[in-house]
Design a protein around this ligand. Sequence first.
Ligand code: NAP
Length: 294
Amino acid sequence: MNATSSKARIGFIGLGIMGQSMAGHLLAAGHPLAVYNRSADKAAALVAKGATACATPAQVAQQSDVIITMVGYPSDVEQVWLGAEGVIAHARNALLIDMTTSSPALAKRLAEEAAKAGHQALDAPVSGGDVGAREARLSIMVGGEASAFEKALPVLQLMGANIVHMGGAGAGQHTKMSNQLVIASTIMGVCEGLAYARAAGLDSAALLKCIGGGAAGGFQLNVMGARIARDDFAPGFFIEHFLKDLGIALAEADNMGLELPGATLARKLYDELAAKGLGRLGTQALFQLYTAGG
Ligand code: NAP
């Protein structure tokens, strides 16, 4: 922390669907905030509320005690952390937190590289969707050293409601993969149930009110199912990001000698949607496959 403020100076990189809201909560809590996004226009709303726009990750790193990344893919994380203009090279004894859904192996490598440069690092991916980010109610699954977790906790609490230290570097990302595997089979079930109900002529709103309060209830049925019922396929969570996650999870499972038939089928179905050019729709657009031709 700097000497003139009791609030840690925070840097935030990646201001998309999730990062935009998450960074907003940090700013609203009074933290000095430096921001950077690949497409610069996405920084405008936060800058209007008092954040400082930066032209590179290096500029963010040079003025931050805590640096958070929420970019798209593992390759983006590598670039932002390890590039010549990246945060590891330009931060000063900082706490680095990657909240992107990325690979456990990369998280371990980043923790090692960060330590060599005198920083602490955490992998801290999230669950709870665009709604959870907006409402600061994310579940945050954290991997890394306990001392870094303790330091990060007050900042993470501004974005999440359920924050768990899962173990050493990579444990956060492994937890997120487990989460994505649960969602993979669940969203297929939601689409099947809703396709069946529609074919049977049931009213979607009444159906969700009824079964959403029973044993089938949960985020995928209650939130994504409601979007499906009103033919809203806009992205809260991009199909192309879910395919990235399924690829990571299936590769890790393969390394562990584990077969995952549900996730394997989900990847096949989502691959079909992506091949139709629908990868930038939300994951609930899987419903379109169940009703295509119907
Ligand atoms: P998004 O809207 O695509 O946001 C990612 C942002 O990162 C984009 O604005 C992108 O810039 C920026 N970015 C990418 N590479 C960058 C780089 N090298 N330097 C600077 N900025 C860079 O995606 P999102 O939905 O917020 O998801 C972010 C991450 O969280 C993903 O890993 C996703 O899997 C995960 N996640 C998403 C959800 C969800 O419900 N949406 C839930 C949990 C976890 P551009 O504007 O130029 O594309």
